[in-house]
Ligand binder design. Structure first.
Ligand code: CUK
Ligand code: CUA
Length: 653
């Protein structure tokens, strides 16, 4: 049924530049609306003026780019999704923890080795549960150089180079088991914080669950990032042992709170299941206490302590500061926080910490200067069972804002406002940090988890938008069966009232957190230049060749090296003769130096697909275990003679 508002004269409710734009499109003689006036189009499509405004705020004509770029976790798809804002156009999926054939990620020798390098127990992992992307920072602001993301399922952190949006490193923490409070970077990306989630024996051993309090532990990793090498340096990284609570999200302090890290926890009850033995189900056992503990960690001092002889224990190759040492050295403090909290988010000026209690209707805001003062004068109200000093709730409190049901996460804008997701209410609450007052709420669809504002967790948020990352979409899209897409909703926060602008269904995994960066900070290469770069090392590939003259097949006994080139529209060599049982290394260089002149290398039965972007060299090894004739061909439609871009691997029996 047509809504009423379309019948009003155009422009009455539209103001300023938007009205001008609309009117320019529909005004008078043939203003480019293909025969129908804007009013007629609105009527035909049943659009309100608000809908048209939303369209005008997001529609991006061909050839124009977005002012912001969002990096969203792909959840248990193990990928990262890159999205333009405000157009909400999906720009890329980055393969991280999961093989991704279009990019050849996890198919060539180097990316296969990269994925295997982080696998616990040498088992190949083919998925990850990516949660929290973190852009690298310089002086507390995103610098557009690197992206980090964690894998909750296997306690891993990946490094993505924003030079080419490619994963270059994955590290695994053997002591954690799972992680969740990562990845979060310190203001100059000295460390990447990875807080564990579910307590386990840190040494990887079996311990009866009845020994939970004594033998199970939480921990947090501080991964040292070597910016010059673009890589985490495990040898300079360390961990801190924590009590067996379930540590949750974390954040790094900034400016006045720089040098400190904050980690939420739940299940300070240490409930550990047993519902078949008459124990309460874990989740109700974990929700008994009114307060859990915000962990306050002096990471700068911890780094110094970790460097001192005898202050750490080597646990599965990780330098771990034992809990008792952490307490003794004054590295770890607790502040009570209500109740089963989820997100902790430091304000852009570093002065306050906003904590969302999933089972509490408030946002609880702590004053860093009060926490620091209590630490300095040792004003504690007691210790937890593991000896960690507890600062009084009221001592640390700045204030509380009643937001609504199920607060989860908070992001900031450039006007001193916080935006907090309300999971149970399916709303975003906008609130003033200065006045500690709710300003407005807007419904989202539905069950919002994280939310993201442009540069919203840096020292200089950009405002203008918030993106709701909704877990459920139910009735928002065409029905595609019981497994429904997630829903990312773009909301304009620059207007006096927030306005929902756009719904983007995500049919790939479950995005958790996302970060939004100003597009002008990104400066990715359009191709690999000079020719012959390897995407994992970002160095000249040792097997690169730079002209077709160098193409050749070298035999060394049962090992065959094929130095191959790809250029529109042929491979050289286009025939490779081998004998069953040979190990064949294909080293393929795309000689093109034209942007987007990508070739592929697909070889059926051997599970091979490479992506060969302009200038790239990739290597893949097959062991020919079967005699026969195996066509290889280019998998990217690169040219008019793309279908002719093929060759034969002939395997003699
Ligand atoms: S978590 Cu998903 S909604 Cu893993 Cu950051 Cu809060
Ligand atoms: Cu090269 Cu298709």
């Amino acid at each position: 049924m047509p809504r009423k508002s379309w019948t009003r004269p155009m422009g009455r409710l539209l103001t300023g530049a938007i009205a001008a734009a609309v009117l320019a499109g529909c005004g008078g003689s043939g203003g480019g609306t293909a025969g129908a006036s804007v009013q007629e189009l609105m009527q035909a499509r049943n659009l309100s003026e608000a809908d048209v405004v939303a369209a005008l705020k997001t529609y991006t004509p061909t050839g124009r780019t977005d002012p912001f770029v969002m990096f969203a976790s792909g959840g248990h798809s193990g990928q990262v999704i890159v999205i333009g804002i405000p157009s909400m156009r999906i720009l890329k999926y980055i393969g991280v923890f999961t093989p991704e054939p279009w990019q050849g990620y996890g198919f060539d020798d180097q990316t296969k080795a990269l994925m295997a390098s982080s696998s616990p127990r040498g088992k190949d992992l083919t998925w990850g549960d990516s949660h929290h992307p973190a852009l690298s920072e310089t002086n507390g602001d995103y610098d557009g150089q690197f992206l980090f993301i964690n894998d909750k399922a296997n306690a891993r952190i990946a490094v993505v180079s924003l030079k080419d949006f490619v994963t270059t490193q994955i590290v695994h923490s053997p002591i954690l088991g799972t992680d969740h409070g990562g990845s979060f970077v310190t203001p100059n990306t000295d460390y990447i914080i990875e807080g564990g989630q579910y307590p386990v024996p840190l040494d990887g051993s079996y311990q009866p669950i009845t020994d939970f309090d004594d033998k199970y532990r939480g921990a947090v990793m501080f991964w040292k990032f070597d910016r010059d090498n673009g890589a985490i340096d495990p040898s300079q990284s360390f961990a801190m042992e924590l009590p067996p609570y379930m540590q949750d999200l974390s954040d790094a302090g900034k400016l006045v709170s720089d040098g400190w890290a904050f980690i939420n926890s739940f299940d300070t009850e240490r409930s550990h299941g047993g519902d078949m033995e008459g124990q309460p189900p874990l989740e109700s056992g974990a929700s008994q206490n009114d307060m859990d503990y915000l962990h306050v960690i002096d990471w700068k001092k911890a780094a110094e302590v970790a460097a001192q002889a005898g202050k750490t224990r080597n646990v599965q190759g990780v330098r771990v500061i034992p809990l008792a040492t952490a307490v003794q050295e004054g590295l770890l403090y607790f502040v009570p926080e209500p109740k089963s909290p989820h997100g902790v988010d430091v304000t852009p000026d570093g002065r306050y910490l906003a904590v969302s209690g999933k089972l509490d209707t408030h946002e609880t805001v702590y004053d860093w200067s009060k926490i620091k003062a209590a630490i300095d004068v040792k004003n504690f109200e007691g210790n937890d069972p593991y000896g960690v000093p507890i600062i009084g709730f009221q001592t640390a409190l700045h204030g509380q804002v009643e937001l609504g049901l199920g607060p989860l996460h908070t992001q900031w804008d450039d006007q001193g406002n916080g935006y907090t997701s309300l999971f149970i209410e399916s709303k975003i609450a906008k609130w003033s940090l200065k006045d500690m007052k709710v300003l407005e709420k807007i419904p989202v669809h539905y069950n919002i988890g994280h939310l993201a504002t442009p540069e919203g967790d840096s020292e200089h948020p950009k405002g203008h938008y918030v993106v709701a990352l909704d877990k459920w979409s139910i009735d928002r899209f065409n029905n595609v069966g019981p497994l429904m897409p997630q829903n990312m909703q773009l909301i304009d926060t620059s207007t006096p009232q927030m306005q929902l602008l756009y719904d983007l269904p995500i049919g790939l995994g479950e995005p958790h957190y996302a970060q939004i960066i100003s597009a002008d900070k990104l400066n990715a290469a359009q191709m690999y230049s000079p020719v012959g770069e390897n995407q994992v090392t970002h160095q000249p590939d040792p097997h690169a060749i730079t002209s077709e003259d160098q193409a050749r097949v070298e035999r060394h006994g049962r090992v065959v090296d094929v130095y191959m080139t790809a250029v529109r529209s042929h491979f050289k060599p286009d025939r490779v003769d081998v004998t069953k049982g040979d190990t064949v290394h294909f080293h393929i260089t795309n000689l093109e130096q034209t942007p987007d002149a990508t070739h592929g290398f697909g070889l059926g039965e051997y599970d091979v697909n490479l992506s060969l972007e302009a200038g790239k060299t990739a290597n893949v090894t097959v062991v020919t275990d079967k005699a026969g004739v195996f066509p290889y061909y280019c998998t990217e439609f690169c040219s008019a003679l793309h279908l002719e871009m093929m060759g034969y691997m002939l395997v003699k029996g």
